[in-house]
Design a protein around this ligand. Structure first.
Ligand SMILES: [Zn+2]
Length: 185
């Protein structure tokens, strides 16, 4: 695998779809979360996996039907997106993923300046309130994503290098996912 490849090549991803194009469905809102933005239509398997994980994420963060979490999707174009097997999440509750990541980085920098006994509490506070990180963490912890032969698990976002699953993500691929989370199934 070359340094540049991490997402599957369009040819590899679309091969499955050429014989008979898979059925596509909408990514639906759940009781505790609301889909916003312009989500693409995806395979029923991906839609179901997203619904399961997003609902768990929203419940864990204390959202409910009266106050649902807003999850912003935008369409992607390459690789698994071509066959409806991928989705890109750009924001949570009105803030972009890049904004959540800079808040995260600010918290790390602040913690590094604190006396050693105070740093863990500062980091724990950020883990509790940073909804971008919590969403990434939920997708990694609870999601069952595609892992094509010779490729890493198809979950990429601003936290991939620090949190995994593919800590060896290239600079190029990390940069490409600085403002959104990509998942494929
Ligand atoms: Zn994507």
């Amino acid at each position: 695998m070359s340094d540049a490849s991490g997402t599957t090549a369009p040819t590899a991803a679309s091969r499955r779809g050429t014989a008979h194009e898979p059925r596509r469905v909408a990514i639906l809102s759940g009781p505790a979360y609301r889909v916003t933005g312009t989500p693409e239509r995806v395979t029923p398997e991906l839609a179901a996996e997203l619904a399961r994980v997003l609902e768990r994420f929203a419940e864990e963060c204390g959202f409910d039907a009266a106050r649902p979490a807003a999850i912003e999707f935008r369409p992607g174009v390459v690789g698994h997106h071509r066959v409806g097997r991928a989705a890109d999440i750009y924001g949570v509750c009105g803030a972009g993923m890049d904004r959540w990541k800079s808040r995260w980085d600010e918290a790390l920098a602040e913690a590094a300046e604190l006396p050693a006994h105070m740093a863990p509490r500062r980091l724990e506070r950020e883990r509790q309130r940073n909804l971008g990180w919590r969403l990434y963490n939920a997708l990694q912890r609870l999601g069952r994503w595609s892992r094509p032969a010779g490729y890493p698990t198809q979950l990429f976002g601003p936290w991939t290098r620090s949190d995994g699953p593919w800590v060896h993500i290239s600079d190029r691929l990390l940069r490409a996912h600085r403002d959104h989370i990509h998942v494929a199934k």
